[in-house]
Design a protein around this ligand. Structure first.
Ligand code: NAD
Length: 264
């Protein structure tokens, strides 16, 4: 296969099923010739991820729960053993207790705050550190964030706080690894129906609002995100790092509902 990712090897973290944003990214990269490894979180998800990996011509699957640092270490030692190096990573991992993705942010518990920050934010730093050790110049790292980091989105609560910290991590990591030629960016995706997305209370209302009020008058798909990920992970974005790139049909630039929404 030929394509802009020909000869590049990368790790995809965060495929749960065919609706996952990580899968939209993976299939776009595979179609452009990338060789991929996939992590899955536990045996139940392996059954779903294995056939998807096969579709992307990959038999390289590694179990990883980012709460368990030993399993993260094992992922990177396995990659080093099989590939000897790495060109890119995609971190599309997030979690918070869905009982706290509704109601008041102020009611967030200490336990869930800590767990949300570890899985949804700090895991990227731990993964980036290990990935950077395997990357030469031109390495590229990508994580996924959401606009609830900078604006209030009802019910997004502690995830918004974790995504704000994740976005700051992208900037600090891009500064850490920039001198080595490694780039670190994030895509801020608009709302998409996925397992994680369904955990947020009233997710349907959010999707419908963005569909009516974004400049493109639609929500985005995992393929929209995949196309922008291809740019950020390939040499096409060779001068771009520390960036939070919005793939949200333009919703983030709006300041008020459309006149149609207001019935004018
Ligand atoms: P998804 O449910 O398909 O993917 C979430 C992934 O996180 C799953 O593969 C799950 O296994 C993984 N994960 C959770 N806890 C983990 C742990 N402890 N260890 C390892 N993996 C773990 O949902 P998605 O919407 O594709 O989410 C991917 C990323 O995109 C997340 O960071 C999410 O916050 C972000 N995002 C989603 C949307 C949306 O509307 N769906 C919008 C913007 C950003």
């Amino acid at each position: 296969m030929t394509g802009i990712m020909q000869g590049k090897r990368g790790l995809i973290m965060g495929v749960a099923n065919s609706h996952s944003i990580a899968w939209g990214i993976a299939r776009t990269l595979a179609a452009q010739g990338a060789e991929l490894a996939f992590t899955y979180q536990g045996e139940a998800l392996e059954k779903r991820v294995r056939p998807l990996a096969a579709e992307a011509n990959s038999d390289f699957l590694l179990e990883c729960d980012v709460e368990d640092l030993a399993s993260v270490d094992k992922v990177f030692s396995s990659i080093e053993a099989r590939w000897g190096g790495l060109d890119f990573i995609v971190h599309a991992i997030g979690f918070s207790d869905k009982n706290e993705l509704k109601g008041l942010y102020a009611d967030t518990t200490r336990d869930n705050f800590t767990k949300t920050m570890l899985i949804s934010c700090f895991s990227f730093t731990e993964v980036a550190k290990r990935a950077a050790d395997l990357m030469g110049e031109d390495g590229s790292m990508l994580t996924l964030t959401y606009g609830g980091s900078v604006r209030i989105m009802p019910n997004y609560n502690v995830m918004g706080v974790a995504k704000a910290a994740l976005e700051a991590s992208v900037r600090y990591l891009s500064s850490d690894y920039g001198p080595r030629g490694i780039r670190v960016n994030a895509i801020s995706a608009g709302p998409i129906r996925t397992l994680a997305g369904a955990g947020i209370s009233d997710a349907r209302a959010m999707l419908s609002w963005q569909q009516k009020n974004s400049p493109l008058r639609r929500t985005v798909t995992i393929d929209d995100v995949g196309n922008s990920a291809l740019y950020l992970l390939s040499p096409l974005s060779s001068g771009v790092t520390g960036e939070i790139h919005y793939v949200d049909a333009g919703y983030n630039i709006t300041s008020m509902p459309t006149l149609e929404t207001l019935g004018k």
